[in-house]
Design a protein around this ligand. Structure first.
Ligand code: SAH
Length: 365
């Protein structure tokens, strides 16, 4: 039994069942035993000790294209001399290192950028410092400095806790975690009438069947509210990439990964990565409510191809012909619909004064 599982079973024995969102939060971010506090989650395979692989770790091309997107946007927004280049949940710092290297084509962008990271894990902060030594770290979006902001987040929102509710006639039953001897198991909590925020209600499907699960993401909502308010006040844009849905949807998306395979999310708290799909329509709605514009939510494959993924892969193959098969397979992994191309979505939100955002429609620059 993992140390955290033992602690949680004792707590449940003393206090009764806990909400699923509280379980997810503890399993990921418990200061002593949380997954992100101790594990080194990223690796190309289970043999590398990793549990999953993210787009920037698949290929340098991902960060390079985003670096070009950011540098171009900065140029067209009037080249502010002092701006915050922010990343939420930077992992090993690979994405930002690739962004800054690619953006060197516009040295003034790199000179003007003050890099800020929002990161909860001390172990990952140490890795990020190796990759991007000049970064400034924050615990929360709320402490970012008052300046125009270009922000990126890849696979950040999926790591924030969700609370599931099961439809039960006119009511909703919160999904709880309780114990059965030495095991953690799910159970229904006491019925509640209307557990959802206005933002979530706006983005639910028109009909939800009895017994269906709806996921409420309070932490994602408040983070999005803070970042939208920040951009509304100081200018800029945010590019959010994650797996999730582009249309209103419901259902159970809570899952755990360990060693590149799916595992039971309740079996080994602290040792497996827990995630839930991101509700992109809701994040877009929150941004629009704060006065920002939101580009259409599109699939990662389409976005990367619009930014020139094929062209960039051809360039890299010309530079290193011996890596052709690897580069082709990286491109396929990032953009093919059966790989990360369709499941992952891209949402960009921007201050109303920003120029058009590239990559979201055939007409965009
Ligand atoms: N963006 C990286 C890492 C994704 S994993 C990549 O694409 O490779 C999720 C990241 O978010 C990790 O760095 C994790 O420590 C961080 N994180 C998770 N919850 C967080 C929270 N509540 N506040 C700040 N960072 C968080």
């Amino acid at each position: 039994m993992t140390p955290l599982k033992k602690i949680l079973i004792e707590e449940i024995s003393a206090n009764g069942p806990m909400k699923l969102a509280d379980y997810m939060k503890r399993a990921l971010a418990d200061p002593e035993h949380g997954y992100y506090m101790q594990r080194r989650p990223f690796g190309a395979s289970a043999a590398d000790g990793g549990d999953f692989i993210t787009a920037p770790e698949v290929s340098q091309m991902f960060g390079e294209l985003i670096g070009a997107w950011l540098a171009d946007l900065w140029h067209r927004m009037g080249q502010p001399r002092d701006f915050c280049l922010v990343e939420l949940g930077p992992g090993r710092g690979t994405l930002m290192a690739d962004i800054l290297r690619a953006a060197n084509v516009l040295p003034d962008f790199v000179k003007a950028a003050k890099v800020h990271f929002v990161e909860t894990s001390p172990a990952l902060r140490a890795a990020q410092k190796q990759a991007v030594p000049q970064a400034i770290w924050h615990d929360y979006v709320a402490t970012l400095p008052a300046a125009p902001t270009l922000l990126v987040a890849n696979e950040f929102f999926d790591a924030l806790p969700v609370q599931q509710y099961r439809k039960h006639g006119k009511d909703w039953l919160p999904v709880m975690v309780t114990k059965n001897n030495d095991n953690l198991v799910l159970a229904d909590g006491a019925a509640v009438a209307s557990p959802f925020s206005d933002a979530l209600i706006t983005c639910l499907p028109d009909t939800i069947n009895n017994g269906e699960i709806v996921e409420s993401a309070a932490a994602a909502e408040s983070t999005m509210q803070q970042l939208a308010q920040h951009i509304a006040m100081h200018g800029g844009a945010a590019l959010l990439i994650d797996y999730g849905h582009a249309e209103p949807a419901c259902g159970d998306s809570f899952q755990a990964m360990r060693g590149h395979g799916f595992v039971d999310p309740l079996a080994e708290p602290g040792l497996a990565d827990l995630t839930a799909h991101v509700n992109f329509p809701m994040l877009a709605h929150i941004a629009e409510t704060a006065g920002l514009t939101a580009a259409p939510i599109i699939a990662q494959g389409l976005f990367l191809e619009a930014l020139g993924l094929s062209l960039r892969s051809q360039q890299l193959i010309q530079l290193s012909p011996e890596r052709e098969a690897d580069i082709e397979s990286e491109r396929h992994r990032l953009a093919a619909p059966q790989e990360m191309g369709s499941l992952f979505k891209v949402l960009a939100v921007a201050h109303a004064d920003m120029p058009p955002l590239a990559g979201f429609s055939p007409q965009a620059p």
